[in-house]
Unconditional design. Structure first.
Length: 105
């Protein structure tokens, strides 16, 4: 049996990630080939997606299932973009970025 806290967490995380992607619940539902209220019903805790549906949602949002549940990563796509940009930086540049992150925390 699913705990209501888990449903709340799932629903809130989906809403937050969808909003970050800049897409409406209706448009996302239709893009996933579902009824126009599909995502809205999930976000309003009236339904949960199947496992396959969950994987499609993650694919649509361009995140991994791990990213979906990792609350420490607020914006998984931005995190991924920054990580890719830092790959070719020198050790000195990485040190500067590290210091900057410490300043803004």
């Amino acid at each position: 049996m699913i705990d209501f806290y888990d449903i709340d967490h799932f629903s809130l995380r989906l809403a937050k990630l969808r909003e970050q992607a800049g897409v409406s619940a209706r448009q996302m539902s239709l893009d996933l080939g579902q009824n126009s209220s599909y995502i809205n019903r999930i976000e309003n805790r009236k339904a949960l997606p199947s496992m396959q549906g969950f994987f499609y949602i993650c694919e649509y949002l361009k995140i991994s299932p791990k990213d979906f549940f990792d609350e420490e990563v607020i914006d998984p796509n931005k995190h991924k973009q920054l990580s890719m940009k830092m790959k070719g930086l020198s050790p000195h540049a990485l040190d500067v970025i590290d210091q900057l992150v410490d300043l803004v925390r």
